[in-house]
Design a protein around this ligand. Structure first.
Ligand SMILES: NC(=O)c1ccc[n+]([C@@H]2O[C@H](COP(=O)([O-])OP(=O)(O)OC[C@H]3O[C@@H](n4cnc5c(N)ncnc54)[C@H](O)[C@@H]3O)[C@@H](O)[C@H]2O)c1
Length: 515
């Protein structure tokens, strides 16, 4: 690309003989994109970076993804930029803005070497060959498509900024999850505001929070979509060459732009659909004394179904599943495909039903009233091993309990009170003004024991390992009696808990064993 600079005379003298070798290597790669791209060590030592990447958006996706690219590609300079100074300062500190197992180590191994976090957006774009756009694309909260369509305002702003400051052509990569055909809009924005040649690629991210680093190091697949023109295919090959440093060729799938964009929405819709499907069976299990875990084992043994993602729960959360399905519903509707839209809408409806059902069951089980009762909430993150609380089922269940005037004591090993309150406001519109006394009704605790003291019930909202292995004898001792446990994740040893004296409610489990 544009930046094979040579640092000194010594470097020039020794680099030249190897320059033809590099050209041959590059040429070989472009002709045969399935080949792995090996960087000649000698050249790398004597030159600056061979490629420069900018990532716009230092969030859950941008940060970890770029850290792994930098870690696996020492010959590439990776700079992550963001409009949020606070976010960039956190990435440059010892207290990273997000928690993911293994992330701290990987960031520290490359930060300041070939991984940089910066607020200098213009300069970074200008010097880069590839710009990843990894900004948030939340559901619209107003206007046309409100509550359904994805807001791609941030993506468009990035495209405008790239066009405004670039002094050469670049590859622009959609990393954000976007509605199908967004690349078209990006391309038009770039073209109308700049005379440089831009190629737009789609490279959706499939990492799951909680296992982001492992997923990035060993991805099930990398998907790259681009225009099927000579220039488009060349751009695809360039991005393939980045991933080929650690991802095997069969795992790198290339497609046209629209298939790639739509695949991401479909992947999330299908995953969420599995959760809603198994959750829809839990209510039936509770009426018929069937056991949802036994059913999951029995059906998962069929290779056509498979055993993954069949864990019943209080409902899915996270920033993506609901948002992406709503977007899919909106797209179907906007093409007049009402039946398709209704089909996917049902996945969300079932999830809402499951959360409501869980909270209603808590109230009913505790003698039809939780008013003034202390209830311990174990976990607020939307799943274990992440501090992310977006769309967490815990918020919805807690809101239902707050409506019944329960007192809630919350313990989560990774979530702060501020984060929790922000989530309440964003997804449930719960604030001190909408729910007077909110700050008094919710207390946050630093341990399970502190939360459980004096409470009537424990509700497991997140499947943190420490909840499964806690000393429930000790917790039982400090609770009011009868002491209830509502296991929203089916992670606890229910029979043992009953032996201790707990009254246990687990999702989709035979009713006869309860109470
Ligand atoms: N979180 C996930 O697990 C996940 C997984 C796959 C895909 N995605 C998708 O990836 C995208 C990013 O998600 P995320 O979870 O990382 O979001 P995030 O909210 O954690 O991070 C987005 C970042 O972009 C920054 N930003 C916004 N506008 C900007 C601009 N104009 N210039 C520079 N920075 C800007 C924000 O300040 C923020 O720090 C979304 O489209 C999401 O749907 C997310």
């Amino acid at each position: 690309m544009d930046d094979c600079r040579v640092p000194d005379i010594f470097g020039v003298a020794f680099s030249l003989p190897f320059f033809s070798l590099i050209c041959v290597t590059n040429f070989a790669f472009y002709d045969f994109p399935h080949k792995r791209y090996h960087v000649p060590r000698l050249f790398y030592r004597m030159s600056d970076f061979q490629l420069k990447i900018c990532c716009m958006g230092a969030g859950y996706v941008g940060g970890p993804t770029m850290a792994v690219i930098a870690n696996k590609c020492p010959h590439i300079k990776v700079t992550v930029v963001d409009i949020s100074e606070k976010q960039i300062a956190a990435w440059n500190s010892s207290q990273l803005p997000i928690y993911e197992p293994g992330l701290q180590e990987i960031v520290e191994s490359v930060r300041g070497k070939n991984l940089f976090f910066s607020t200098n957006i213009d300069e970074t774009i200008r010097e880069s060959d590839i710009i990843f756009v990894s900004v948030n694309t939340p559901t619209k909260t107003a206007g046309i498509g409100k509550g359904y369509a994805s807001n791609i305002k941030n993506v468009e702003l990035c495209a405008r900024k790239i066009a405004e400051v670039s002094m050469s052509g670049k590859i622009v990569v959609e990393k954000s999850t976007v509605p199908v055909r967004t690349a078209d809009s990006i391309k038009r924005v770039l073209k109308s505001a700049s005379s440089h040649d831009f190629q737009v690629l789609s490279n959706p991210e499939f990492l799951a929070e909680g296992t982001a680093v492992a997923d990035l190091l060993d991805p099930s697949r990398v998907l790259i979509g681009g225009e099927q023109t000579e220039a488009g295919l060349k751009a695809i090959a360039t991005l393939v060459s980045v991933y080929a440093n650690w991802v095997a060729a069969p795992q790198i799938i290339t497609t046209n732009l629209w298939s790639s964009e739509l695949s991401k929405l479909v992947a999330n819709a299908m995953l969420a659909q599995r959760v809603s499907s198994i959750n829809s069976i839990t209510a039936l299990c509770e009426r018929t004394d069937a056991d949802v875990d036994e059913i999951a084992r029995a059906i998962g043994a069929d290779p056509r179904i498979g055993n993954k993602f069949l864990k019943a729960s209080v409902g899915f959360g996270g920033s993506c599943f609901q948002k992406d399905i709503l977007n899919l519903v909106y797209i179907c509707e906007s093409f007049g495909l009402r039946e398709c839209a209704e089909y996917w809408q049902q996945v969300i409806n079932m999830n809402d039903y499951q959360k409501r059902r869980f909270a209603a069951n808590m109230v009913r089980t505790m003698f039809n009233t939780v008013t003034g009762k202390k209830i311990s909430i174990f976990g607020f993150a939307f799943k274990k091993d992440t501090g992310d609380t977006r769309e967490t089922a815990a918020a919805f269940v807690m809101k239902e309990l707050l409506d019944e005037s329960a007192n809630l004591s919350v313990y989560d090993p990774q979530v702060t009170r501020d984060q929790m309150m922000e989530e309440f406001q964003y997804t449930c519109d719960v604030t001190e003004s909408t729910t007077p006394g909110l700050n008094r009704l919710i207390s946050t605790c630093s341990s399970m024991m502190e939360a459980a003291k004096g409470s009537h019930a424990i509700a497991i909202m997140t499947e943190w390992d420490e909840f499964a292995t806690a000393d429930y004898n000790a917790l039982y001792e400090v609770m009011q009696k009868p002491a209830f446990i509502f296991d929203g994740r089916n992670i606890l040893p229910h029979d043992k808990l009953r032996e201790i004296g707990f009254e246990v409610y687990a999702i989709g489990k035979p009713h006869q064993n309860q109470f």
